[in-house]
Design a protein around this ligand. Structure first.
Ligand code: ATP
Ligand code: MG
Length: 184
């Protein structure tokens, strides 16, 4: 029971609770693989993204970290392909901050590189609004800019190490395990 809350606020809180509940329940079903991969070339990173993309059910948040040129966008292109989208259309949303794509699920491709760290980064991309989209997957490049911003539900941390002509090391872990830590 909600006491002392305006009906409109109450409806908004109920809607948010339902969203959190839905995102929590999708966490239980998610089959995203965890572990560490070595990628020798871009198409291997693309394939891993494709593999992850095929397992998405909606409601996931994927936090991508790694230096400039690591292959974050290549990974997102793989996800996009698995969702039935044209990977060639997926580019880092450097100026728009958020690129939405409509495929098997809605993909919101977010890039926080240009933003200062903290809640302002989340607000700049209307993160809370995007989280209300039930059919959406949020993939966030430079996710460390979110700092300790609280995230609901099925959250995964994907860290790509390496750049240039070197092989990449790609780690995928559920974020629940280190929710108290900063997103790095
Ligand atoms: N193993 C690899 N995995 C991914 N990309 C690779 C690999 N080897 C070489 N590359 C090249 O590295 C570049 C990665 O670019 P990409 O735009 O995906 O990086 P990014 O992490 O999104 O960078 P930014 O932070 O600038 O958005 C591409 O040109 C790609 O061809
Ligand atoms: Mg990028």
């Amino acid at each position: 029971m909600l006491i002392g809350v305006h009906p409109r606020e109450s409806a908004a809180i109920f809607s948010l609770c339902m969203t959190l509940q839905r995102r929590d329940s999708s966490a239980a079903q998610s089959q995203i693989p965890t572990g560490e991969w070595i990628s020798q070339e871009a198409n291997e990173t693309f394939s891993l993204g494709q593999h992850v993309g095929a397992l998405l059910i909606g409601g996931e948040i994927l936090l991508l970290s790694g230096p400039l040129g690591a292959g974050k966008t290549v990974f997102v292109k793989g996800i996009a392909a698995a969702l039935g989208l044209d990977p060639a259309e997926v580019t880092s949303p450097t100026f728009t901050l958020v690129n939405p794509y409509s495929g098997r699920l809605t993909l919101y491709h977010i890039d926080l590189y240009r933003l200062d760290e903290g809640a302002s980064a989340a607000h700049a991309v209307d993160l809370d609004e995007l989280l209300l989209d039930e059919r959406a997957v949020l993939v966030i490049e430079w996710a460390e800019r979110l700092g300790r911003y609280p995230l609901p539900g099925s959250v995964w941390r994907i860290v790509i190490s390496g750049d240039g002509d070197y092989p990449r090391s790609i780690s995928i872990r559920p974020y629940e395990n280190d929710r108290q830590q900063e997103i790095i």
